[in-house]
Design a binder for this molecule. Structure first.
Ligand code: 5AD
Ligand code: SF4
Length: 442
């Protein structure tokens, strides 16, 4: 038998990309590839790119340039670009960087094996269509390898919201939900392979409306069906839009035992004027009311968010409204970004905020968020949480896992006590460190 070929995938950006990279690796397994974690010994390199951060495309070009020496050494090396930059730049990538053999958009991953074969024939392969068929179905033929105890499962892709700053509706296309049976089938399959926690993924996951046996199912209904799968112990979902938090989903946070007390609910800004300019279709007040209702259903829920500062026309007063909202919510975790233009989006055409001013706001916002994050993390000390153990720690006998609230928890002596990867155990938190908690088995 011939040596397996080696595939190196570098993944940028969100969990959606992490999930897609896994699917691409499995698809290429069918063409005789195994994954490697070094580009140097690869027969094929794939960059699974993200377009949400600034200068994303430029970074991809400079990364590609670094493979020139490798390709000179090994002319058979195939280089591909996948993900949202591939979708957005298309043929431009091949024009600008002749090293690239194939460019594949997020909707075409199931075609990767044919594209690779084409590239092996010396042809360039490009596919950035939005096809009708279900790429996830086509990608299903994967080896039955054992999986890590926590896995992602994409249930929805794309977005119809068109926030004025965002490229997702252009790069990932219109919102599409996967059918209920396919999602449940994939979940059962994951559980059979050792998975105990599933995070449902979608750019707008709570807008889920997958086709079910009796019409469209909401995300809440899907979660309740997952709740019935024996062996699956934890359910999470990300990312949500405030406008799609329906009553059933809020109630599920109070009633569904396997649904974890953590919710990522980006608000972006606390100024109604800016929210309107962002095309967010919610206000600061409606967001705060929503948080109140969610906390009424599940008082201990940890709220996480996304913020953009320095959006075009944002004044100091607008920024202070964002700070007020943060103070009102008390976030357990948050991601914050300085606005940066995405060509082709409405906000790119508008008057930009002074960069130094935006940086200053970002710094002040992050200081406040850090303080809140820290306070929430510290409040865990003395409490009992459940931990899903994901890997051994750095110290002998130590194991590391995630709490229900998604905090990393280190437990000394856990391995000696018989705890294995994939176990869920009760842990008393004894210490709150820089980025994680420490606890002891109860
Ligand atoms: N500039 C800055 N941040 C952005 N995000 C999306 N687009 C932009 C942009 N043009 C942030 C939003 C979103 C997160 C994934 O990235 O906060 O929720
Ligand atoms: Fe982008 Fe999210 Fe707005 Fe959709 S809802 S346009 S993915 S920021």
């Amino acid at each position: 038998m011939s040596e397996p070929k080696k595939l190196f995938i570098k993944t940028y950006g969100c969990q959606m990309n992490v999930y897609d990279s896994e699917r691409m690796a499995e698809a290429m397994g069918g063409s005789g590839y195994v994954e490697t974690d070094s580009a140097d010994d690869a027969d094929m390199i794939l960059l699974n790119t993200c377009h949400i951060r600034e200068k994303a495309a430029e970074k991809v070009y400079s990364e590609l340039g670094r493979f020139r020496a490798l390709k000179d050494e090994k002319p058979d090396l195939k280089i591909g670009v996948a993900g949202c930059v591939a979708q957005a730049e298309g043929e431009e990538i091949m024009r600008r960087q002749p090293l690239v053999d194939l460019v594949v958009g997020p909707q075409s991953y199931h075609r990767l094996p044919e594209m690779e074969a084409k590239a092996r024939q010396g042809e360039k392969a490009l596919d950035i269509d939005f096809p009708e068929e279900d790429k996830f179905e086509k990608l299903k033929n994967r080896p039955k390898a054992r999986r890590a105890p926590a896995a992602f499962l994409t249930v929805q892709e794309g977005c119809d919201k068109f926030c004025a700053f965002c490229v997702v509706p252009y790069t990932r296309g219109a919102e599409v939900s996967r059918p209920v049976e396919r999602v449940l089938g994939e979940a059962r399959d994951l559980v059979e392979r050792g998975v105990r926690e599933i995070t449902l993924l979608g750019q707008n996951v709570n807008a889920y409306h997958g086709h079910g046996p009796d019409g469209a199912w909401s995300l809440a209904r899907l979660i309740w069906a997952l709740n019935d799968i024996d062996g699956l112990e934890r359910i999470r979902f990300t990312t949500s839009h405030p406008n799609d938090m329906d009553d059933d989903l809020i109630a599920a946070h109070g009633e569904c035992k396997k649904l974890m007390p953590y919710l990522h609910l980006p608000v972006q800004s606390g100024s109604d004027r800016i929210l309107k300019r962002m095309n967010r279709s919610h206000t600061a007040e409606s967001y705060l009311k929503l948080i109140e209702r969610i906390r009424a259903a599940r008082p201990d829920i940890l709220i996480s968010g996304d913020f953009i500062v320095g959006f075009p026309e944002e004044t100091e007063e607008d920024f202070q409204a964002t700070m007020d909202l943060i103070r009102a919510v008390e976030y357990g975790q948050a991601f914050s970004f300085k606005y940066s233009t995405r060509p082709g989006t409405p906000a790119a055409e508008r008057a930009q905020v002074d960069d130094a001013e935006a940086s200053d706001r970002l710094q002040r916002l992050q200081a406040l968020i850090t303080e809140q994050q820290r306070a929430v993390q510290d409040s865990m000390v003395g409490r009992e949480v459940s931990v899903l153990f994901e890997k051994p720690g750095r110290l002998p006998g130590q194991m590391v896992g995630k709490s229900d609230y998604l905090h990393a928890v280190h437990v000394a002596g856990a391995a000696e006590a018989g705890v294995k990867v994939g176990d869920i155990a009760r842990v008393r938190i004894v210490e709150s460190g820089a980025n994680s908690l420490a606890g002891t088995l109860v």
